[in-house]
Design a protein around this ligand. Structure first.
Ligand SMILES: [Zn+2]
Length: 169
């Protein structure tokens, strides 16, 4: 059974210190999406001007590409990571993702997507988020889940970094 999030998940305001997390279940396939103002991750949203800023961008990419540092799924769900896709603005010249930064708003966003195959998806009761530790500027995550058990919205904060997913009925 495939489920999907409502249109609200696609939009949302760009607010520094806040990011969005989504989880969609399609049978044993779990897709987690992360969408954040770049400022929440590295503290700036312009093309990097200094070595420190270039380093910060590289470090953000390394962190996001390491799914284990971003989120932890219950061991009982027996999930295997099948793909990671990280899109940060200000990549190499000619990088197709660099277009992200050029929306004339003065703001830019980072995105990441993690796809897992979970042998026991009913055991997927929660997600523990490591994003607050990895990115101290991040103060709030608006999380939205759509699983076969139902849909649910949660607000995660540094002191509440465990996301309880909709329970099976
Ligand atoms: Zn911004």
């Amino acid at each position: 059974m495939a489920v999907s999030l409502g249109a609200s998940a696609a939009g949302g305001a760009h607010e520094h210190g806040v990011a969005r997390l989504s989880l969609v279940q399609d049978d044993t396939t779990i897709t987690l999406g992360f969408d954040s103002p770049l400022d929440s991750l590295v503290g700036f949203e312009h093309a990097p001007r200094t070595e420190a800023q270039k380093k910060a961008l590289t470090q953000a990419r390394v962190t996001l590409e390491n799914a284990a540092q971003v989120l932890t799924l219950p061991a009982a769900a027996a999930c295997t990571l099948t793909s990671v896709d990280v899109e940060l603005p200000f990549g190499e010249p000619g990088d197709k993702h660099a277009a992200h930064a050029d929306d004339h708003s003065g703001h830019s966003d980072a995105e990441a997507e993690y796809v897992f195959d979970c042998a026991q998806p009913t055991a997927l009761t929660q997600v523990t988020v490591g994003l607050f530790k990895a990115f101290p500027r991040l103060q709030r995550l608006d999380a939205e889940a759509a699983t076969v058990a139902g849909q649910g919205k949660s607000v995660l904060r540094p002191a509440q970094a465990t996301w309880s997913l909709p329970a099976a009925r």
